[in-house]
Write a protein that binds this ligand. Structure first.
Ligand code: TPP
Length: 951
């Protein structure tokens, strides 16, 4: 069996035992000599040559991605701490207390409320040094004429109580508010409650970035930093000098999204980005890497990705120990200690640490012989020493060329004593007994009486106290409070659909392209190209793709708009001779993200929140395979919704039967259903170019002119077909219907066609009780016997089915294009609420009926809906339809075949729609039951006992 005893050394996580310390010393002295005489560049060069030579000689030289387990910044290169240390420590202690009191009070009120103490206890010093010296508020660059020039800070979500506690001291949150932590509903009457984690939706003037879902903060931070560069390079905003700070948990670094964009950040030289990984060595259940070292592992990962790594491990009171550790025994001991042991040393006292850590080697025993157990207990980790933290931040803020990560070693539950510090269960701890509360007070020397402590009184020093003056002065010097969310108030005028999509409204015959067939994707790309050319709006358009531009026919945009690259184009592209070559440029407009939907989505969020983070509204369009959106990156979409993103998501190659050959993993039948669950997402499944144009026009007006915090999801298809004549429809008021979710696209033909035997006619009085004003303009006086609803790709099947019902069965059918079931459902909920409001006697209800009932009225005429999505989508409006209602959809797994083959398989083709219409009419007694079987035979329909959704 292989010997794994030194596996840590092999991985660079720990140091092997030194067999010849004297020889080692000679080599090290040689290196020190070079460093002293010739400087670090020469020393680094020699080391590189040595490593290369060693490899050439067959020595398995280590890849030097990790460094010793000590602070990266040596004492002699440490920046001077500019603040008043003891005042800052007093302020931190107060913030710590208020944060703790907030959580414990909430849990006294109800143990249901939850909350965390230990995470902030570990992060407090890291945050406070940032607040006092680094995080720049909105007015930081006002003197340079730059508005909204603050830093963007992503806070670890479970540390929110600490951020609230500071805002309380700053006077930004009231005592009532902090007293209502996690009581957003019941606290509403008492000045408002505070949300559990950072949620801009719930606290829109406060939080900027939702981080509650682990991993989404880090990836978004990278793309925010990148988008700041984009704005600068495209001349849209001055972002030079601003920083993105992302506080991340060491456990959180396990999330794939946390790591996903590290190489992009280094590749693009994002030195405006600083990650601070709070390495308290614990996550929720236990240690992050009990048997190894998370800090060494992360160092290797970040260094390998090209980041500047700063390890912030030991506090100032370790300096003297390292200085006297001539033989390297201390460093060796640190390397052989795994994180599970470090956790134990944090949870135990000085005496235990002496016995188990230092007494292991005589050199170490001697090293601390002069220290008492209490002194050993006081040895601080780097992430709890403001001086060392400041030095690390100072170095990070000035580093040029690549992003920086600070790996800060902290203790989970720092200061919670035997009740919580580094306990395995500390993450979940929400309560402290009286004794623990009193010892917390003593530990941090808080000026609170026993009574105040036991009553969990919030503490705020007098306004003219030294602490409060200092706190305010620091924030004033740094440009104001933070976090704070401000939105741009200037409307961005948008062009009318007639301007950016003229082709979609022209009569077919008059169109330059002769009215030829076109897919809705092509129509969309033409509109996007026009929008980008618009004089006012054009610069604000941000097209985003994840390596699918050619799939959607967008390569035509490469040359004209350029693909953003911070270093331009350093190569002659292979297709340079072609008109539409692959052009990269520093001021390129297109964000080509490569194969990362999570990255592209984060990029979209950065652009879609630009109005709140940079004071400039942008209009991002992220175009992707619809299956890889709500299915693949739904949690990022949820985070986008939380932070009030404004922009368009375009689910292309959409639908389960329309993408045809691509098969099961690519065919999307559910995104619209998921989209309907995102409250501020307006989702549309249009079929024709004029519908796409109207929705984009409406969306731009809503987001950029009316400042509504909504975003739009549109699906478009790559199936070519003739576009319909939009003019007459729009003249009859179709625009409103397109936006609200449905409109009459095909009235009943004026003259009846031949009927089949067995047909029974419905009486006009029975059929036509529609109150809709728009339908009164209906050119036909014949009542519909059946109503068909169609959307997106399947609308054309529905239109064909209406023709067949007429010609083959003499049934009068009218067709509605349903552009959005989710909007119809919401409108139905609105109308229902108005009714209940009035019924409860709580006011006059606005009597506006739902749009569905406006269109369909109370008629008993059967309705059949067919969709390229699961049946649950058209089912969303069942409650609003009083007539018999049948739905057809594409439930089940997709598969490869032709469009016609798939539509037949999923039973959403025209023949199945006719069949269902006849079945509904037979149920209603309008046609003879034989007609249904006749139709099945005529169209050769098989209806196996097992539906397609089970196959
Ligand atoms: C995506 C996701 N999964 C799980 C959780 C639940 N969760 C909350 S905190 C936490 C542990 C966090 O550990 P770490 O990142 O090390 O932060 P610490 O609190 O220790 O500073 C977990 C698993 C979550 N918030 N998000």
């Amino acid at each position: 069996m292989a010997d794994h005893s030194d596996i840590g050394a092999l991985l660079g996580l720990s140091m092997p035992v030194d067999p010849d310390p004297v020889e080692t010393r000679e080599w090290l002295d040689g290196l020190a000599g070079v460093l002293e005489r010739e400087g670090p560049v020469r020393a680094a060069y020699l080391l590189r040559r040595l490593t290369e030579a060693a490899r050439g000689l067959g020595v398995d030289a280590p890849r030097a991605l990790t460094t010793p387990y000590v602070n990266t910044i040596p004492l002699e290169r440490q920046a001077q701490f500019p603040g008043d240390l003891s005042l800052e420590e007093r302020i931190t202690a107060i913030v710590r207390w208020n944060a703790l009191a907030m959580v414990v009070r909430a849990n006294k009120a109800s143990s249901e409320l939850g909350g965390h103490i230990a995470s902030y206890a570990s992060a407090a010093d890291l945050f406070e040094v940032g607040f006092n010296h680094f995080f720049r508020g909105r007015d930081a660059m006002a003197s340079a004429g730059v508005a909204g020039g603050g830093d963007l800070v992503f806070f670890q979500p479970h540390s929110a109580p600490g951020v609230y506690a500071r805002a309380f001291l700053e006077g930004r949150l009231s005592e009532a508010q902090v007293g209502n932590y996690r009581r957003e509903v019941s606290g509403a009457g008492a000045g408002g409650g505070l949300s559990s984690y950072p949620h801009p939706w719930l606290m829109p003037d406060f939080w900027q970035f939702p981080t509650g879902s682990m991993g989404l903060g880090p990836i978004q931070a990278v793309y925010q930093a990148r988008f700041m560069r984009y704005l600068e390079h495209r001349g849209l905003a001055a972002t030079e000098g601003r920083k993105v700070w992302a506080f991340v948990g060491d456990g959180e670094m396990d999330e794939p999204e946390s790591l996903a964009a590290l190489s992009l950040a280094a590749r693009e030289g994002l030195d405006n980005l600083v990650f601070v990984v709070n390495c308290n060595l614990q996550r929720l259940d236990g240690p992050v890497r009990g048997n190894g070292s998370i800090i060494q592992e992360l160092e290797g990962l970040f260094a390998g990705a090209g980041w500047n790594v700063i390890k912030l491990l030991w506090g100032s009171n370790w300096d003297a120990l390292f200085a006297r550790d001539h033989e390297g025994a201390l460093v060796r001991r640190l390397h052989e200690t795994v994180d599970g042991e470090f956790q134990k040393y944090s949870a135990t006292d000085g005496r235990f640490n002496r016995e188990h850590f230092f007494n292991k080697y005589p050199e170490l025993q001697a090293l601390v012989a002069h220290m008492s157990d209490a002194d050993i207990d006081q040895l601080r980790r780097g992430g709890h020493d403001p001086v060392k933290i400041h030095a690390a931040y100072h170095a990070a803020a000035r580093f040029r060329g690549t992003p920086t990560v600070i790996l800060a070693k902290t203790m989970k539950g720092f200061g919670m004593g035997s009740a919580g510090q580094a306990k395995m269960t500390t993450h979940q701890q929400k309560k402290l007994d009286n004794e623990s509360l009193l010892s917390f007070r003593d530990r941090f020397a808080l000026p609170l009486s026993d009574e105040d402590v036991l009553a969990l009184k919030f503490y705020k020093p007098a306004e003219d106290s030294a602490e409060m003056k200092y706190l305010r002065a620091r924030r004033a010097a740094l440009g104001g409070p933070l976090p704070a969310r401000h939105t741009a108030t200037k409307a961005l005028p948008v062009p009318a659909a007639a301007a950016f999509a003229r082709f979609a409204f022209e009569p077919q015959a008059a169109r330059a392209d002769g009215g030829s067939e076109m897919s809705s994707t092509t129509a969309f790309v033409r509109m996007l190209t026009q929008l980008a050319k618009d004089r006012g709006l054009g610069r604000h358009v941000v097209p985003i793709v994840a390596d699918e531009a050619r799939t959607f026919g967008m390569q035509t945009m490469f040359r004209g708009m350029g693909i953003y690259s911070p270093i331009g184009q350093r190569y002659d592209p292979e297709d340079k001779d072609e008109l539409l070559y692959y052009k990269e440029a520093k001021d390129g407009q297109i964000l080509e993200e490569g194969i990362t939907e999570a990255g592209a989505m984060s990029s979209w969020i950065a652009a879609a929140t630009s109005h709140a983070n940079h004071g400039v509204s942008m209009l991002p369009f992220y175009i992707y395979y619809s299956m890889f959106g709500f299915q693949r990156v739904a949690d990022l979409i949820w985070a986008a919704a939380d932070q009030r993103s404004r922009g368009f998501l375009i689910g292309a190659t959409s639908g389960r039967t329309t993408l045809a050959g691509e098969g099961l993993q690519h065919q999307d039948g559910s995104s619209h259903l998921v989209a309907s669950t995102v409250p501020n997402c307006r989702a549309y499944d249009p079929c024709y170019a004029h519908e796409v144009a109207v929705i984009i026009e409406e969306g731009m007006q809503a987001m950029l002119e009316r400042h509504e915090d909504v975003f739009y999801y549109l699906t478009v298809m790559n199936e070519n077909y003739a576009q319909c004549e939009a003019g007459p429809l729009l003249a009859q008021g179709a625009r409103e219907g397109i936006v609200r979710g449905m409109y009459l696209i095909r009235p009943v033909a004026e003259t009846p066609r031949q009927a089949v035997p067995g047909e029974e006619r419905q009486s006009a009085s029975e059929a036509d009780q529609r109150p809709a004003a728009s339908l009164k303009k209906h050119p036909s006086t014949r009542p519909a016997q059946v109503r068909l609803l169609g959307s997106g790709a399947i609308l054309r099947e529905v239109l064909a089915a209406a023709e067949m019902l007429e010609s083959d069965f003499g049934i009068a059918a009218e067709v509605y294009s349903v552009t959005s079931y989710s909007e119809l459902q919401r409108d139905g909920m609105r109308a229902e609420r108005a009714r209940l409001h009035a019924m409860a006697g709580q006011g006059e209800a606005a009597q506006a009926p739902s749009w569905v009932s406006t269109c369909l009225g109370g008629a008993r005429t059967p309705v059949v809906a067919a969709s390229d999505y699961v049946r649950a989508l058209p089912e969303l409006i069942r409650g609003q339809i009083s007539a018999p209602y049948a739905t057809l959809g594409t439930d089940g797994f997709g598969r490869s075949d032709t469009r016609a083959g798939l539509r037949r398989f999923f039973e959403v083709d025209r023949q199945h729609i006719v069949f269902q219409a006849l079945a509904s009419l037979a149920d209603a007694g309008t046609v003879a039951p034989e007609a249904v079987a006749q139709a099945a035979a005529r169209y050769k329909l098989e209806l196996p006992a097992l539906g397609p959704w089970l196959r």
